[in-house]
Write a protein that binds this ligand. Structure first.
Ligand code: F6R
Length: 249
């Protein structure tokens, strides 16, 4: 079942998500966590750091990575995960994986990454953000619901959105390796975070529109254990009819 929790702001949302992660790790110190990058999870990492929980036994898998950035590029997700998650939370860097393809055929790297997730026993708790176009990880609209970790194109809107991390949009890679919607669906628990009015349209479509390839984030409604944590602005277009439908989904 999918639950929607509406919070006042991203700080309250981050605290709630951090509590769920902390409960998971307290129950199993060797949990496997799924990590999103971007702006959305930053308050979650900050709140989790406040908990002071020992996360050194946790395995973690990032959702995605650009293809084509040089190793060590500050905006590669490998660097971002290290800087924003591994160091502040005290994760063991040898247990944290990002789907990089340094010197390796990206298609092989993607297949190997999917295999690594399976070998780790699957992801216990996956943190997700949502794109303005409803993408989940870098599964753009049109991605199949069964898709696995693979090389995928980044569409123009996503590259524009992520241009804020680069000097210009031309520097944003055109391809990525992303966990697929099928990969994400296999995680035992999903937490989808959505903060800000720029996410309202996508969130309403994901939670109230048809479940299908045109709205990747809609897959969370087919998941047996998913929670959506949204602030009031992101939840603003979400109607009561949708809430009823969601509760029974
Ligand atoms: C990040 C990811 C993306 C982001 C989404 C929202 O690893 O896979 O799906 O979660 O683009 O990005 P922000 O949080 O920057 O708005």
């Amino acid at each position: 079942m999918t639950r929607l929790v509406v919070v006042a702001d991203d700080h309250e949302g981050g605290e709630l998500a951090a509590e769920i992660i902390a409960d998971q790790v307290e129950a199993n110190a060797a949990s496997v966590l799924g990590i999103a990058t971007g702006t959305t999870p930053l308050t979650t990492w900050a709140a989790l750091a406040e908990h002071g929980l020992d996360l050194s036994g946790v395995d973690a898998f990032a959702l995605d990575e650009y293809v084509g950035l040089p190793q060590g590029h500050p905006e590669s997700f490998e660097s971002v995960v290290h800087r924003e998650v591994v160091v502040p939370l005290g994760l063991d860097p040898t247990r944290v994986r990002v789907p990089v393809s340094h010197g390796v055929d990206p298609h092989l790297a993607a297949a190997g990454y999917e295999q690594s997730i399976l070998e780790a026993g699957g992801i216990d708790l996956q943190i997700l953000g949502i794109g303005r176009n409803g993408h989940l990880a870098f599964n753009e609209p049109g991605s199949t619901l069964e898709s696995l970790t693979r090389v995928a194109p980044l569409n123009a809107e996503t590259r524009e959105d992520n241009a804020r991390f680069f000097s210009s949009v031309d520097e944003v890679p055109t391809e990525c390796i992303t966990q697929g919607l099928g990969t994400i669906s296999r995680a035992r628990t999903l937490i989808l975070l959505a903060f800000g009015s720029h996410k309202a349209q996508a969130l309403a479509a994901a939670l109230e529109g048809p479940i299908g390839v045109q709205m990747p984030a809609s897959i969370i409604r087919s998941h047996p254990d998913a929670v959506v944590i949204a602030d009031r602005q992101a939840a603003a277009l979400f109607g009561t009819t949708g809430a009823d439908r969601l509760a029974s989904a």
